[in-house]
Design a protein around this ligand. Structure first.
Ligand SMILES: NC(=O)c1ccc[n+]([C@@H]2O[C@H](COP(=O)([O-])OP(=O)(O)OC[C@H]3O[C@@H](n4cnc5c(N)ncnc54)[C@H](OP(=O)(O)O)[C@@H]3O)[C@@H](O)[C@H]2O)c1
Length: 326
């Protein structure tokens, strides 16, 4: 174990995962330095040192300093991550890279951390580019830091401050009541993790000096259980109406979130059943689903709903599908 409190450098730190990690680190008494451009929520952590810089071009403002660990929360481009790795070199004891389960080449069969990864080449379809880039970032971090690299592969991350409307849509939709369109089949698997559980696991991983690659997401649970929890907590009087995947696809609903959290693509049938046993053995814990639903709804209500209805289903779209398909 390295001594506590830890000194942590967070590349990013002010949007969702990074923001939650910083809150958790401060609550545990760690010393945190942020590195970002000062554009996203610059007022968030007035008590925390923020070094201003753009990681795509110049990290020299971090020169000469040392930290127990860096957490690279929001690295997407291999060359940008390589720049951070080169700039920090031996001045960090551990490089934690927040990757994604999207790195997996085969999403049709259940995978653990040893599954084949996407390779960045010119023939990839656009929807695999994100995962292939993340995989390339992982290779750079592992190549440079070896045992001192910790690769965190989350699945869908949910909870307060979620910038997508995938999860927040559901508690809000149940609260509105009436006939609620539910996609697929109650036995289909859902898999997601509360952002606060990701943050806690990362801090534990640094404290215990755990190197390696970890799938960090929730235990698979039937979609029916998730929706039942939303209904019970938010509005028992709402009327769930299941519409099967084939019907949705035939009606032109786009797979991958045409209905929030619904995958609907057979080639991704196992993305919600990923093996997390390695992270569980390394201390991963999950808060109760009811807590995530309640806290997300409270946050969503306080902000007045999503700024952009980007990944939600509008009430009009839902009504049209209910009229056509049920
Ligand atoms: N959401 C999911 O379901 C999910 C699933 C799997 C994996 N992930 C991964 O989780 C991570 C989520 O990241 P987040 O957005 O929540 O992280 P975050 O650290 O909370 O926010 C992003 C930070 O990056 C900073 N930033 C952006 N461009 C920058 C630049 N050029 N130079 C320096 N700083 C820059 C932003 O600040 P400024 O704008 O002020 O620079 C902001 O502080 C990503 O790696 C994503 O791939 C997410």
């Amino acid at each position: 174990m390295i001594p506590r409190p830890l000194s942590l450098l967070v590349l990013g730190g002010t949007r969702f995962v990074g923001r939650t990690l910083v809150e958790a680190a401060l609550a545990e008494g760690h010393q945190v330095t942020l590195f970002n451009r000062g554009r996203t929520a610059p007022e968030l952590f007035p008590e925390v040192e923020t070094v201003i810089g753009d990681r795509t071009t110049d990290l020299s403002a971090l020169g000469g300093r040392r930290w127990d660990a860096v957490v690279d929360v929001a690295g997407y481009e291999p060359e940008v991550v390589r720049r951070s790795v080169t700039a920090l070199g031996g001045r960090v004891g551990r490089y934690v890279f927040v990757s994604s389960l999207s790195v997996l080449a085969d999403q049709a069969t259940v995978q653990n951390e040893d599954g084949e990864l996407l390779v960045l080449d010119g023939d990839l379809p656009p929807h695999q580019l994100y995962g292939a880039r993340k995989a390339a970032c992982e290779r750079i971090v592992l190549g440079a830091y070896g045992e001192r690299a910790s690769i965190v592969r989350p699945g869908m991350i949910v909870g307060p401050h979620d910038p997508t409307d995938r999860f927040p849509y559901w508690p809000r939709r149940f609260r509105r009541g009436g006939r609620v369109l539910l996609p697929g089949n109650p036995a289909d698997a859902a898999q997601f993790i509360d952002v606060r559980d990701v943050a806690a696991w990362i801090l534990g991983c640094i404290a215990a000096q755990r190197g390696g690659v970890y799938n960090v997401t929730g235990r698979p649970l039937p979609f029916g259980e998730f929706f039942a929890a939303c209904q019970a907590l938010v509005n028992p009087g709402a009327e769930p109406v299941w519409v099967g995947t084939e019907k949705l696809l035939k009606a032109g609903v786009a797979p991958w979130m045409g209905v929030p959290m619904w995958i609907g693509a057979p080639e991704c049938a196992a993305i919600n059943r990923v093996d997390i046993s390695r992270a569980l053995a390394a201390g991963l814990t999950h808060r109760p689903l009811a807590e995530t639903v309640a806290d997300t709804l409270a946050w969503d209500t306080a902000r007045g709903g999503p700024a952009v209805d980007d990944e939600g289903l509008t009430a009009a779209q839902e009504q049209r599908l209910l009229d056509e398909l049920t």
